[in-house]
Design a protein around this ligand. Structure first.
Ligand SMILES: Cc1cc2nc3c(=O)[nH]c(=O)nc-3n(C[C@H](O)[C@H](O)[C@H](O)COP(=O)(O)OP(=O)(O)OC[C@H]3O[C@@H](n4cnc5c(N)ncnc54)[C@H](O)[C@@H]3O)c2cc1C
Length: 440
């Protein structure tokens, strides 16, 4: 255990900490976290609480990017990567359906192709089994970790322990992917309760009868306002003495002696350790350092209806349409779709339209007036497992990105992993499995 951590456990002020020479798992306390999305927010707070002196950099208010508009699901038993055996055969059908769950902007296809091929390769059985263990270890402790980071009152205010449903209408022969999902749940001791049409009508009375069956994850939860969650975490980080600066990092430079310099739009900052938690922007930020991240942007959308005329007691995912429906504090949110079109192309109105159609199909007669729409950028890896940990050959540079579809669930345990690498604090999961080197 580093001197710094020992001092903190003994109750001294984090700001009084200092360390002399650096060795694995020690720090002088000067850590810069780049990005105040949900991953950066959890990480900055965890490190500050652990005794590091942390500066958090983001040009935007906390939780303003992808962590703003997600579906808010805290899915502690989610562990199924997106790429599964046989999925390649479903892709043409999805692409032909303009209201379907997948879209690719043709001009973006050449840029996305290397990642898409890696993604398909990650759908092999052995790769899926490996990823599922890593995902479950990251997700399972999410509620306990959020409770610890937020404190009891803020946790109860923001996170609702209602469970979640997965629903579908079509009845078909189970595919190879379905069988593997069942096997994984069995191996990992994940309990789900089956729901027939009658049980479903009781749980979600306003729902279309086209969704005939489902399963219930009773220990899942959801957040009623993901941006407020990130902001609450950052406020707590500041109360612990952490510094939030509204600056955009333009360049990261390795200095002699293992230190780092960050050139921002407003300053030049030196740091002992740098944590890159810039979501989908992490790839471009690290490219000049020759750190190649296998990240692709999976664009997702939401439509939020402030006055839907529908009451929902718990969130659900319509698995046929791949749309999550969540009763947020400001309205009923329909979130989903995957679009490959990069970071810069404007929002695609057809995707929004597809979500509105889905909302009307799920809840006939739903009121869509005043709908608010949003586009976000999932930072996705081919195997759906985020990239967390130091970069070989770049001491002091720690990655915390690539959380794809489940970053709100994976963020608090990611913070624990980063604290392990930065401060040497113990962590219950195998930290090696999340490192960038698994792709080499
Ligand atoms: C439609 C949709 C639904 C989703 N639903 C769920 C869900 O229900 N449950 C779940 O667990 N996950 C969900 N996700 C995934 C989840 O939202 C993401 O994985 C997560 O928000 C990623 O968080 P992040 O902190 O890595 O990235 P972001 O939230 O994107 O944060 C990155 C931050 O870095 C900052 N930044 C970028 N560049 C720089 C720079 N140069 N200098 C300084 N700062 C910089 C940005 O301003 C931003 O604030 C969903 C995603 C989408 C799109």
């Amino acid at each position: 255990m580093s001197n710094l951590v020992q001092r903190n456990l003994a109750g001294s002020s984090p700001r009084s900490a200092s360390a002399s020479t650096r060795h694995p798992g020690s720090t002088t306390g000067e850590v810069v976290v780049v990005g105040a999305g949900i991953v950066g927010a959890c990480t900055a707070l965890q490190l500050q609480r652990g005794g590091a002196r942390v500066t958090l950099l983001d040009p935007l208010p906390p939780g303003s990017e992808t962590s703003y508009g997600n579906a808010g699901l805290v899915s502690v038993d989610s562990c199924i990567p997106i790429s599964l055996p046989g999925m390649v055969w479903q892709v043409p059908g999805w692409l032909m359906d303009t209201d379907g769950p997948l879209a690719i902007r043709p001009a973006h296809l050449p840029a996305a192709m290397p990642w898409l091929l890696k993604w398909l390769w990650a759908g092999r059985r052995e790769s899926v089994l490996r990823a599922s263990v890593l995902l479950h270890e990251l997700h399972r402790p999410a509620l306990k970790e959020y409770r610890s980071l937020l404190g009891e009152d803020a946790f109860a205010d923001l996170i609702k322990l209602t469970g979640q449903l997965h629903l579908w209408g079509k009845n078909g022969k189970p595919s190879a992917a379905d069988r593997l999902v069942g096997e994984i749940r069995q191996r990992q001791g994940i309990h789900v309760t089956g729901l027939d049409a009658e049980a479903l009508a009781q749980r979600v009375p306003a729902l279309t009868k086209d969704l005939k069956q489902g399963i219930s994850f009773d220990n899942h939860a959801f957040c009623i306002n993901p941006q407020r969650l990130a902001q609450t975490l950052v406020r707590r980080f500041q109360e612990f003495g952490g510094e939030l600066m509204h600056e955009k990092v333009q360049r990261i430079e390795a200095l002699d002696g293992g230190r780092w310099r960050l050139w921002t739009n407003a300053a030049s900052r030196e740091a002992e350790q740098v944590v890159v938690a810039a979501g989908a922007y992490s790839k471009d930020l690290l490219a000049p350092l020759k750190v190649a991240l296998p990240l692709e942007v999976e664009r997702g959308y939401h439509v939020e209806l402030p006055d839907p005329g529908v009451t929902l007691g718990l969130p659900f995912i319509d698995k046929d349409r791949a749309v999550a429906v969540t009763p947020m504090e400001n309205g009923l949110r329909f979130a989903g779709t995957v679009e490959f079109a990069g970071l810069r192309h404007p929002a695609n109105p057809q995707r929004i339209d597809a979500l509105l159609k889905a909302a009307k199909a799920m809840f006939p007669g739903i009121r869509t007036n005043g709908a608010k729409t949003w586009l976000g950028f999932r930072p996705s890896t081919p195997d759906s497992v985020p990239i967390v940990g130091p970069v070989a050959g770049c001491p002091g540079l720690i990655l915390a990105c690539g959380h794809g579809h489940t970053g709100m669930t994976g963020a608090p345990m990611t913070a624990r992993l980063v604290a392990h690498h930065v401060l040497g604090t113990p962590v219950e999961v195998n930290p090696q499995g999340y490192r960038l080197e698994r792709f080499s």
